[in-house]
Design a binder for this molecule. Structure first.
Ligand SMILES: O=c1ccc(O)c[nH]1
Length: 349
């Protein structure tokens, strides 16, 4: 559904206000060849309307010779910033970077954040941005879930489909994604609405069953039949099933990188305006699938990098898989039951 400039400018002003943008601050909008023109023009207009100074830094796309997909989250690590001292210097000097290109999981992103620069990723289509424009309620919902996760020793995930995975916790921080950057040095992603952390390195054991209807990203497909994934000491050792399992296996194997099989982030969805069914309404390349990552009550797990959380794994292969109908327990206490965020923590729309 098309969006008017008026509505998208209003959405940008809401996000920038929640991100505490001040008059006179410097904002750099980071773009590349896939940046949506309306997202770009309305971002620059909204920043100027709020009295901040706006730059645009346009960088050429990279990885074409390596990536098997045009999804900006499918091939990670090297970005147009890699080795680009002048561009990195400009972003470090900015108070806020609006990333309309995708730096996520890049080492350079951390270097820039460490100077206090805030980075907000926004690459979904305009109507998805407007539908899930973040709110203070989103932050409240996610931060309450984060407080539940802080300090816990184990996340145990089960499902009727057969998932039974134990993830010892404590080595990595809890990360909140609620769609705006209200603290210096914070990164966030608009749209989002989930809490995540990483399991202790090499300590996850058990089985993950990707059931019929669960979503594979960046494939952006709904599994047609169950895929059974075995995890031993933090790494995937078996991927069994039919064609979907074969496609996932072959894709991961194409990276020829053992780190691709490592457990990456785990957590659960908390965005009531995100829907499991949305992905079925879009062409594969029209979205990066944030509805799938954020719909309320999912169990979102991933394989591959952990540099986002301070780890050393920067593998280019990054798989995100949100499961429906799981029970997620923290030190024996369920926070999500059969895909429903528990009443004491559920949130009105
Ligand atoms: O916002 C995101 C997007 C992808 C991902 O793996 C984590 N967070």
């Amino acid at each position: 559904m098309a969006v008017s400039d008026y509505d998208l400018i209003a959405a940008w002003k809401q996000v920038l206000t929640l991100s505490k943008l001040e008059p006179g601050q410097i904002v750099t909008v980071l773009t590349s060849s896939t940046t949506h023109p309306q997202t770009l023009s309305t971002a620059m207009t909204a920043v100027s309307m709020m009295g901040a100074m706006v730059n645009r830094l346009d960088l050429p796309p990279v990885n074409a010779e390596k990536a098997l997909s045009r999804d900006s989250l499918a091939y990670l690590g090297t970005t147009p910033l890699t080795g680009n001292r002048a561009a990195i210097a400009a972003l470090k000097e900015s108070d806020l970077v609006l990333d309309l290109m995708t730096l996520l999981f890049s080492p350079e992103q951390h270097e820039i954040l460490s100077t206090g620069t805030k980075i907000l990723l926004a690459v979904e289509p305009p109507e998805v941005l407007v539908r899930m424009v973040p709110s203070a309620d989103d932050r409240e919902r996610v931060s309450r879930a984060a407080r539940l996760l802080e300090g816990k020793k184990e996340m145990h995930i089960t499902s009727a489909a057969g998932t039974d995975l134990r993830c010892p916790l404590g080595e990595f921080p809890v990360i909140q994604e609620y769609g705006f950057v209200d603290q210096p040095g914070r990164w966030d992603h608009w749209p989002s609405g989930f809490v995540l952390t990483w399991p202790n390195e090499r300590q996850t054991n058990g089985t993950l069953v990707i059931d019929r209807g669960d979503i594979l990203l960046p494939m952006k497909s709904y599994a047609q039949e169950a895929i059974v994934v075995t995890v031993e000491n933090g790494f995937v050792t078996h991927i069994d099933g039919g064609l979907d399992a074969e496609l996932l296996s072959e894709y991961m194997a194409s990276f020829k990188d053992p780190e691709a099989y490592a457990m990456s982030h785990i957590g659960w969805g908390l965005q009531p305006r995100a829907q499991w069914s949305t992905l079925a309404m879009y062409d594969r390349e029209a979205t990066i699938g944030m509805d799938a990552r954020a719909f309320e009550g999912n169990f979102l797990f991933s394989f591959g990098p952990n540099n986002e959380a301070g780890g050393s794994r920067t593998t280019a292969c990054h798989i995100d898989i949100p499961l429906r109908r799981c029970t997620v327990s923290l030190d024996g206490e369920p926070v999500v039951k059969d895909g429903k965020v528990l009443d004491n923590f559920s949130y009105s729309k």
